[in-house]
Design a protein around this ligand. Sequence first.
Ligand code: NAD
Length: 250
Amino acid sequence: MTTSPVALITGAAAGIGKETALAYARSGCDVVVADIQESALHQLVKDIKLIGVDALAVTTDVSDINAVKELHNKIMERFGRLDYACNNAGIEGENAPTAESSLENYDRVMNINVRGLYACMQAQLAIMSSQGRGSIVNMASVAGLIGFPGLPAYCASKGAVVQLTKTAAVEYAEQGVRVNAVCPGAIKTDMIDRITSKDPETEKQFAALHPMNRMGTAEEVANAVVFLSLPGASFITGQALAVDGGMVAR
Ligand SMILES: NC(=O)c1ccc[n+]([C@@H]2O[C@H](COP(=O)([O-])OP(=O)(O)OC[C@H]3O[C@@H](n4cnc5c(N)ncnc54)[C@H](O)[C@@H]3O)[C@@H](O)[C@H]2O)c1
């Protein structure tokens, strides 16, 4: 049991999730990190503990409902509370235009990005509504706000994340639980390296999608997640905040 706020982050082993875990730790939270990459999680726990807070790694595939239940049970057993959750685990899937994209890809992307996130949110809302407090931040994308050629299933999944966010926000507002989404533009992580194949010309084109003419950093997204999570954002719920260097403002 702990008196510090407890934050959970899924997909925490790399990229945006890892930076968010570290940012929660720097804000004074004990941090639970969940991912399918076990060894990277254990290194991250060591890094978080160096900041001076407690940390727990739980190897979890968010598309496995039993694993999701076990993750939340472990949090309650170990810490007895859950204050903040960032549902960040996600995949981009294959890159192909709609007519050529496979249904297998659609199922895989929706299973992790939407069904997995939904299962996590259900567990978190049950805990947080009984506590009478809590804040959830879901990782959507600008691809949930506008279309991107070659990523139909991914765009559909992130649009669904925005709508799940708004619905839960309205449902649980009176019970003291806030639910928001973050919609990053192109952020320099392994995911964007897979999409651009690190080709300098493609990277330049991705940068140019943003009025700031650059990609974002994982830390810039983490800062937005922590802002929306903490009590400073106490009157903000149901928002899909673009962290995109101005991309969707054009
Ligand atoms: N990088 C971007 O440009 C960008 C832009 C908008 C939104 N996003 C979203 O941000 C989130 C993180 O992206 P990233 O760029 O850090 O990606 P990443 O690929 O660098 O990291 C994703 C992490 O999620 C984990 N993961 C994948 N499937 C999982 C599963 N089934 N269960 C648990 N963990 C799983 C991976 O192991 C990895 O550690 C994703 O939801 C992504 O869609 C990324």
